[in-house]
Design a protein around this ligand. Sequence first.
Ligand SMILES: Cc1cc2nc3c(=O)[nH]c(=O)nc-3n(C[C@H](O)[C@H](O)[C@H](O)COP(=O)(O)O)c2cc1C
Length: 273
Amino acid sequence: MALFTVTDACTGCGLCVAACPASLVRQAKPGDAPHALPGREAHCIRCGHCVIACSKRAFVHALLPAEAFEPIRRKDLPTPAALSHLLMARRSCRTYAQETLFRQAILGLIESVRHAPTGHNMREVGWVVVDGPERMDAARTLVLDWIAAEVAADTPKAAELHLAGAARAAARGKDVIFRGAPHVVVAHAPAIGISPEVDAVIAASWLEIAAAAAGYAACWCGYLMFALASHPPVGQALGIPAGSTGYAALLLGKPATRVKWIPPRDVPEVIFF
Ligand SMILES: Cc1cc2nc3c(=O)[nH]c(=O)nc-3n(C[C@H](O)[C@H](O)[C@H](O)COP(=O)(O)O)c2cc1C
């Protein structure tokens, strides 16, 4: 099967050729209709850029049906000022309302970040949502057991992450692990891949922003991330698929209170080379 065809509306402008990241769309000379590089169809990463480059909608991709493409609603895009303000107003939340989120709301957030970039457009990031207080208790126990083992073995990680202090706080009844959040969402990806950790962290970062935009509260959950990275049974117990690793974890819920101020942050040093 041909990877793509072009309709009579093709003008031979070559924008599809320029758009293909894998250089699979070729053109004999400007003005000619494009053709696929023979024998390399399997290298297509299905990013769809060849299709969207064509203002005439003349580029028909065999693997990406035309009806699956959505128009961009320019009027719905945030202004730069609105986006900048959202990025500054997003905060790590450590006080959550004791209320679970509807699964549909969590799914909506996750679906909204499915366009996050991934290396080679692999799109292999998956999610585990720890759903509600009982499951959070079970997950917390997994993390605290890992912390106890690190402290008992006096590992460098235990010292570096002050895990003994976290264990003491937990023993006093302070939930330093999950901060009373009703959910923690883990982004995972197959450990063998182009850029699984970066892909998962980007997706989770987008999720944090999407949650802030929707009025939810979130916070990165370092203890769970360290436990997932150091002790694979934690991921297995949470249902992360075999062969995949949980690389990013975000607490999620509704905020117990709404803060009204943005704290100061240093302006980063920038070098133009
Ligand atoms: C990788 C990572 C792990 C984090 N782990 C935790 C955590 O375990 N507990 C926590 O309360 N905050 C955690 N945070 C949140 C940071 O402490 C937070 O970003 C910082 O305090 C600044 O606050 P802000 O995010 O509201 O600007 C983590 C942040 C990152 C990026």
